[in-house]
Design a protein around this ligand. Structure first.
Ligand SMILES: *Cc1c(COP(=O)(O)O)cnc(C)c1O
Length: 214
């Protein structure tokens, strides 16, 4: 059996043990189509990429041949890339500013296709990280839903690497619940179980499935 399949089965086994129905997004960034295909053929549905152009190159044909696949954009999205990003991506995890929200809104109207969207939250208030601050979330969501007709399904975060991951995940869970959002995107190779224990409904797992990136 192929490595990537064994790896994802091992993760599913872990999830089964705790009766978790969390969705596993296989983050295939930097890996080429030949490395991805065995997982696609195995029937895996959710895949993640962080760059629009790379995703277009790798996924345009793969998606045509496998219509069940759901592609997730997990990296920074520049406004000038939005027109290339839809409808290839079914989910966007990195909505982090109003200009981008407006761009997505007009593009989805043009295409008559609404992507599912996570609002990225800068849960650790880190200068170097993207995301809406917790204090601005209410206003931002209001704008997105009411004025821009975006299909916001939940929040997403990349917590600081400061040993307090659990605390950040708990906080995200609370906020997500308070806002009555259904989905929560958090957890990577090193901390996905912690994320699941705190309500993650989508985990984004790369190296644990595909191996180390070079
Ligand atoms: C690369 C990436 C991941 C996957 O990281 P791993 O540690 O390889 O599991 C998850 N989320 C985002 C936003 C990423 O850029």
């Amino acid at each position: 059996m192929h490595n990537t399949i064994e790896n994802i089965l091992a993760i599913k086994e872990e999830l089964n043990l705790i009766n978790s129905a969390t969705n596993i997004i296989a983050v295939s960034k930097t890996f080429d189509a030949s490395k991805i295909k065995p997982l696609v053929n195995f029937g895996h549905i959710h895949f993640g990429e962080n760059k629009v152009q790379e995703a277009i190159d790798k996924w345009t044909d793969l998606k045509k041949l496998n219509e069940d696949i759901k592609l997730h954009l997990i990296g920074k999205l520049q406004t000038n890339k939005v027109k290339f990003c839809l409808p290839l991506f079914d989910y966007i995890h990195s909505l982090d500013n109003l200009k981008l929200a407006e761009k997505i809104s007009s593009q989805q109207t043009k295409l008559n296709f609404k992507p599912k969207i996570f609002v990225q939250v800068n849960i650790g208030n880190e200068i170097q990280k993207n995301g809406i601050s917790v204090g601005e979330l209410d206003f931002f969501l209001q704008e997105c839903k009411t004025n821009l007709d975006l299909n916001i399904i939940g929040l997403m975060c990349i917590p600081p690497d400061d040993g307090n991951t659990k605390k950040y995940f708990e906080e995200m869970h609370q906020i997500n619940k308070k806002l009555d959002l259904k989905e929560l995107s958090m957890g990577m190779s090193s901390d996905y179980m912690e994320a699941i224990n705190n309500g993650a409904t989508f985990i984004r797992v790369g190296s644990r499935i595909f191996g180390e990136r070079t």
